[in-house]
Design a protein around this ligand. Sequence first.
Ligand SMILES: [Zn+2]
Length: 73
Amino acid sequence: MPVDNYEDDSDNKDDAGSAGPNRKFSDFDCPGCSANNPVGDSFGDGDELTCHYCGSNFAVKVTDEGRLKLKEM
Ligand SMILES: [Zn+2]
């Protein structure tokens, strides 16, 4: 993977437009126990998730850059 292209992606606002706050996800890594949880229905900003391994509940936040953030409830 060319390093130059990777750096362009992080600086280029136009590229970020394809993965904005409306991005949907189909799995997540639990911040509490690090387990990977597949989710049958896709989820996105404002949804709530439960880790099937440790039982923790998380509120989903998707940043303007399309990055997934989980806040323990
Ligand atoms: Zn967990």
